[in-house]
Design a protein around this ligand. Structure first.
Ligand code: ZN
Length: 470
């Protein structure tokens, strides 16, 4: 394998056990694996002799790639639909479900490519996607195919909905599936695509949509199915939980539990489970998530847009809950910029802890903690021990930002790491995933952006025509 040296980085953020930030940083990687990390001048001679490719990171801030733990890629096709712009979650869903019912396999492919490209350019190197309606023959296979084309490490969450309107659920019946068919397809996609090994580019997650769109039986059977493969297979579970106050009321009325207690009752706690949002967990639920090592995907922009509330991330982190970051679906964030989400995470925690007090606490979230949530935090909740930090033995998932950008002027002089979070988010300058150079000088090497955007926009227009909206 050719040995690549990346060197001369202004600062290299390792996120290793000591959280080292190395000035004039360098690393080498051999194929997909990092071999050495240190100062450029300390490169061992035996490695220097073997270097076949050099990447000069002068003027750049180098970090481990960010991990996106919650998204709905298909929603890029329904960004900023006027009728849904100012709605709360349940109304927003009811407006959009009939449009999503018209999705085709081609729509799933093009939106997956678009969302992953957008994520890649914002510093994301691993992403999960929670896709939970499969009309017109679309399958998780379409997403894996598209993800391979983009080159981002992909955890495809095979979502599902089974509780239609006629049974007291929220979605129209025609976007739900029979539970036996859901479980059968979940098994098929695990057997077809899931790779439990280190450096895997493909994993499958079993992911019923939410407490208000599936039955308790499907939640239990999904957990049993994921765990039936055995702990070494690392098949994780994911769903939405405690996103809004409406959902809390729904769970109390329909199931007799608060959302966090309902998850516990269903067997949906443990280090193989992560829940999106968790805005409305109370302190005992938070402590239970910490004790059971249940993960949380925090989605700050989506929580702001849908006015869902401020997730108690400070309290979760203090209690020891594993928290990662998610941009959430493109119709409730309208952007897939993971670095922007890091910034939003910091700002929202500072606001949240200030709402009940006359004098707030700016230490509620620091820039470095927000970056840790986006890297190590995401890796932990996806069950990965090979991504999230730059250290020997870890995957070569590396990003760099150009500190000479206008927006970092001044900030990059005083504290380049914090500048990345506090200043206006920029696109990535360089991205390497699994040892493959995918973005160079801000340009994706394997994707023609105008063609991708054109094809995507044509699909978005056609989708609305089919749904009778235009
Ligand atoms: Zn979501």
């Amino acid at each position: 394998m050719p040995l690549t040296l990346l060197h001369n980085a202004t600062t290299l953020v390792t996120m290793d056990a000591q959280r080292r930030e190395i000035a004039d940083g360098a690393l080498t990687f051999d194929g997909q694996e990092i071999l050495w990390v240190g100062r450029s001048e300390d490169l061992p001679l035996h490695l220097a002799a073997e270097v076949t490719q050099r990447i000069d990171a002068r003027g750049k801030l180098v970090l481990p790639g960010f991990v996106n733990t919650h998204h709905h890629f298909y929603q890029t096709l329904t960004r900023v639909i006027p009728a849904a712009q100012d709605a709360v979650l349940f109304d927003w869903l009811k407006i959009l479900y009939p449009i999503w019912a018209e999705l085709t396999p081609g729509d799933v492919q093009i939106s997956t490519q678009l969302a992953l490209t957008e994520l890649l350019l914002s510093g994301c190197t691993t992403s999960s996607d929670h896709h939970y309606l499969w009309p017109n023959g679309s399958r998780l296979d379409d997403q894996f195919e598209a993800a391979e084309r983009v080159g981002v490490r992909f955890h495809g969450a095979r979502g599902s909905m089974s509780l239609g309107e006629s049974a007291g659920g929220l979605p129209p019946d025609r976007v739900t599936e029979p539970e036996a068919a859901i479980l059968q397809d979940c098994r098929r996609v695990v057997e077809s695509f899931h790779n439990p090994r280190r450096f895997a580019m493909r994993r499958v997650v079993i992911a019923p949509c939410s407490p208000f769109s599936v039955t308790p039986e499907l939640m239990r059977e999904s957990a049993a199915l994921a765990r039936s493969f055995g702990p070494g297979m690392n098949v994780h579970l994911h769903t939405h939980l405690a996103e809004t106050a409406d959902e809390e009321a729904f769970c109390l009325e329909k199931f007799g539990y608060r959302p966090g207690d309902y998850a516990q009752e269903l067997g949906w706690t443990g280090d193989d489970v992560w829940h999106a949002h968790c805005v409305h967990l109370n302190q005992p639920e938070i402590e239970n998530f910490a004790a059971t090592r249940t993960g949380v995907a925090h989605c700050p922009t989506s929580n702001l847009k849908l006015a869902s509330g401020v997730a108690p991330v400070r309290a979760m982190r203090d209690a020891g809950v594993a928290v990662g970051l998610g941009v959430d679906g493109s119709a409730s964030n309208d952007g897939s910029h993971l670095l922007a989400e890091v910034r939003q995470c910091l700002l929202l925690q500072r606001l949240g802890l200030s709402l009940s007090k006359p004098l707030g606490n700016p230490k509620a979230m620091t820039a470095r903690e927000a970056l840790e949530i986006a890297t190590l935090g995401g890796a932990a909740i996806l069950g990965r021990d090979d991504i999230g930090s730059l250290a020997p033995g870890m995957a070569a998932d590396i990003i760099a930002f150009d500190l000479n950008a206008l927006t970092y002027a001044g900030g990059a002089v005083h504290d380049p790491v914090a500048a990345l979070v506090f200043c206006q988010p920029q696109p990535v300058d360089l991205a390497i995933i699994n040892g493959r150079l995918l973005v160079k000088e801000g340009v994706p090497l394997n994707i023609d952006l105008p063609t991708l955007t054109d094809n995507h926009n044509r699909a978005a227009r056609a989708l609305l025509v089919r749904a009778g909206r235009i």
